[in-house]
Design a protein around this ligand. Structure first.
Ligand SMILES: Cc1ncc(COP(=O)(O)O)c(C=O)c1O
Length: 396
């Protein structure tokens, strides 16, 4: 199982004369053992090395070591997707009769996982607005094992107060699990704010090149006891080539996030007040109620502070305006329902990521037919603005 052990990762960098600057790829499914004693010691983790790739392999170890370093984590596990990293947290920590408190603004699939899916396993859940700390306090019961939130929610980009949520969780003997995908470790390291477990969908800006589905779970020693066993037993591993690609993408993570964040802020400021836009949602805008919190919290990562690459706008003309806007801005800004790509993309939450919500839930989340979510890439702000302006000028 992938443990992010830097000693193990160094050991696999190659013999003298074979020390490639780029890491090699190890596609092997199984490794040869010298003796029964060595096999036993390897499997027990008493000596460093690999036996069977579902338990761990060099490429996932290298990537896990990097994720652990980025998050100041004691441990990291690489999984086949961001959803698998959340599933790993569940299989490692929860059992029948437990209960979780979950943000009602989680990514749709995550919300389904932490409500209807775990309910099938006899685990209860309560949805709350994790920006309302009193509501969080009241939702926790003596059976609550996890409090789950996202650092920056989607698509309204609300910033959760992780330090306060960690305190509430710990006062009730509960773990705080944070999905940090929209912030990435460039802007925020939840473990340094008191979180116990952090998930990243590496698929998004961590890899950033739209060619890998991967996830990671990072944690401290105290929250890790069953993780390795759960990962290998439930088969939640990732393939060597995916890990290698993820490593390559992550080499430029800070550069990409810092550039995209600066561009997103400039665009948010320019779009606010545009006559065909009724609202701009971006934590970097000073009038936001969570702006000061965002300024503090999104400066706890490895990079320069910023407010992220995600920006959501509300078009005055509702669904019809969204259709016209999307037709006018593509192909320069493609309609791709994901985020964190190299280039700017857009999504329409009502018909994609949030399509399973009923009208009341959509209203509570503030999503309408005119909501457009932008994932800003590394192009120049001027070129993105020119494409957006074209979309904003379309008439019925
Ligand atoms: C915030 C967030 N967390 C987790 C996931 C799941 O990640 P993956 O698609 O890598 O399973 C997504 C996917 O869109 C996401 O947006």
């Amino acid at each position: 199982m992938t443990e992010g052990n830097p000693r193990k990762a160094q050991q696999i960098q190659g013999e003298p004369g074979l020390r490639s600057l780029a890491p090699p790829i190890y596609p092997a499914t199984v490794y040869c053992c010298d003796s029964p004693q060595q096999a036993s010691d390897l499997l027990a983790g008493e000596i460093d090395g690999f036996v069977y790739s579902r338990d761990g392999h060099p490429n996932s170890d290298m990537l896990a070591a990097r994720c652990a370093e980025l998050h100041h984590a004691d441990h990291a596990a690489i999984t086949g997707s961001g959803m698998a990293a959340l599933a790993l947290a569940i299989t490692a920590h929860l059992k029948q009769g437990d209960h979780v408190v979950v943000s009602h603004q989680l990514y749709g699939r995550s919300l389904a996982l932490f409500t209807s899916e775990i309910e099938r396993m006899g685990i209860g859940s309560t949805q709350v607005d994790t920006n309302n700390l009193d509501a969080v306090q009241s939702a926790i019961t003596s059976a609550t094992r996890f409090l789950i939130t996202e650092t920056i929610s989607n698509p309204m980009l609300h910033v959760a107060d992780l330090r306060s949520l960690a305190k509430i969780a710990h006062d009730h003997n509960t773990l705080l699990l944070v999905d940090n995908t929209l912030a990435s470790p460039v802007l925020c390291r939840p473990l340094t704010l008191g979180a116990d477990l952090v998930v990243e969908s590496i698929t998004k800006i961590m890899n950033g090149h739209s060619d890998v589905i991967l996830g990671c779970l990072c944690g401290m020693r105290s929250s890790w006891e069953r993780v390795a066993l759960a990962a290998t037993t439930w088969g939640l591993f990732a393939s060597p080539i995916e890990c290698w690609l993820g490593m390559r993408g992550m080499a430029t993570l800070s550069l990409r996030m810092e550039r995209a964040s600066a561009t997103a802020l400039a665009l948010a400021e320019q779009l606010a007040g545009h006559r065909t836009i009724t609202a701009v949602h971006y934590p970097g805008l000073t009038e936001r109620t969570d702006h000061q919190l965002a300024t503090r919290q999104l400066a706890t990562g490895i990079g320069n502070p910023g407010y992220g690459n995600m920006l959501t706008i509300e078009l005055a003309g509702g669904y019809d305006a969204a259709e016209r806007f999307i037709r006018a801005v593509t192909p320069e800004i493609p309609f791709c329902p994901s985020l964190g790509e190299l280039t700017t993309t857009l999504s329409h939450p009502e018909t994609t990521s949030h399509r399973e919500m009923n009208p009341e839930q959509l209203r509570a989340a503030g999503i309408t037919g005119g909501t457009i979510r932008l994932s800003i890439g590394i192009e120049s702000a001027d070129s993105i603005l020119a494409a957006l302006e074209r979309g904003l000028q379309t008439k019925a």
